[in-house]
Design a protein around this ligand. Structure first.
Ligand SMILES: NC(=O)c1ccc[n+]([C@@H]2O[C@H](COP(=O)([O-])OP(=O)(O)OC[C@H]3O[C@@H](n4cnc5c(N)ncnc54)[C@H](OP(=O)(O)O)[C@@H]3O)[C@@H](O)[C@H]2O)c1
Length: 300
């Protein structure tokens, strides 16, 4: 541990009666999750006697699983596909932003109460704010209308007074209309489009300053509906899918010569925030990043 990190960790009070704690992630499928890797590395580096495990929990077992975690007094857990929305009704309390998004990816046991947070919001906003210095009049295209789109809208609403139009493309029109309503309730100027409407997709895409993929397209090697000729050079392209690192959309953005934000950047940022919520300590960011990339370093 560097002396700077030691200093910052001792400055913050840790509400830590019990020294040994267990954390986990629940989802289905779960085998692909890299969260155990980054959290166990951070716990070990910070010399915390904590461990983090992955559990496959099918939808029909979610309620029983949450009950079981209450009984064993789990310290906290992450929630991933397909439970982020359903879990909200099984918890005791939600943070304001998790309630707005109606989606939870991080739960903390606060003196026996299970409190839901959404660190995907910071997971999206932190890399965006690193790469985009001015959100004034930013034209945004979002692919997808699921939990991650909801997190993105709540995050972008922090900039609602400067941001331009947000065009959202999705397959399922009911889900699309729900996120459009959420965006408008948050004060954002959102417009719905069918993802199959490729002529509008091309037109909107070429005029966008930010293209954000929140669908799972690319996870199994699927081609992105956004081809290189749909992407302008000055556009920032952010694909939240992190496996493979270079999805078809990221590949297309490289061909177009645009600025790229990888899905792993969100994975790390949401993980830093979860670590800080659970421990009250500053996340050892470099250690978590190193756990992900080992000796090969960060991809460019
Ligand atoms: N980097 C990270 O840290 C991070 C964090 C969270 C999630 N993710 C990744 O982000 C992806 C989405 O997660 P989520 O929680 O938002 O999922 P979700 O709530 O299930 O939403 C999935 C979205 O993807 C769309 N979709 C899926 N397959 C599609 C296809 N073949 N063609 C068109 N649209 C398709 C769905 O459209 P319909 O509504 O039409 O079904 C829906 O809009 C996942 O791959 C997940 O692994 C990454």
């Amino acid at each position: 541990m560097s002396s700077a990190e030691k200093d910052s960790s001792t400055l913050i009070k840790v509400d830590d009666d019990i020294k040994s704690k267990t954390f986990c992630i629940i989802g289905n499928p779960i085998e692909h999750s890299l969260s155990p890797l980054i959290h166990n590395a951070s716990f070990s580096y910070m010399q915390l006697n904590y461990s983090y495990i992955a559990f496959r929990v099918p939808a029909e077992e979610l309620e029983d699983s949450v009950q079981a975690m209450r009984r064993i007094g789990i310290a906290g857990f992450n929630v991933t596909i397909p439970h982020k929305v359903e879990i909200t009704r099984l918890l005791d309390k939600l943070s304001d932003e998790a309630a707005l998004a109606n989606s939870v990816n991080t739960v903390k046991n606060e003196k026996g109460m299970l409190v839901g947070y959404n660190t995907d919001i910071d997971g999206i906003m932190e890399p965006l704010e690193k790469k985009i210095s001015n959100f004034e009049g930013l034209e945004v295209l979002i692919l997808g209308a699921g939990g991650s789109c909801r997190a993105a809208l709540v995050g972008l609403a922090r900039k609602k007074n400067s941001i331009g139009t947000i065009s959202i493309f999705n397959r399922n029109q009911d889900r699309l209309n729900q996120v459009i309503q959420l965006g408008r309730n948050l004060g954002l100027n959102c417009i719905p489009f069918d993802i199959e409407d490729s002529s509008n997709l091309a037109k909107v895409s070429k005029n966008s300053n930010l293209i954000l993929n929140t669908t799972s397209i690319g996870l199994h090697g699927e081609k992105s509906p956004i081809t290189p000729d749909f992407i302008s050079k000055n556009t920032t392209v952010f694909d939240i899918v992190y496996k493979p690192i270079t999805t078809d959309l990221i590949y297309n953005a490289k061909i177009a010569g645009s600025q790229i934000i990888f899905g792993y950047e969100m994975l790390l940022s949401q993980g830093y925030k979860a670590f800080e919520l659970w421990t009250g300590l500053k996340a050892p960011k470099e250690i978590m990043k190193k756990a992900l990339f080992g000796i090969f370093g960060e991809p460019q």
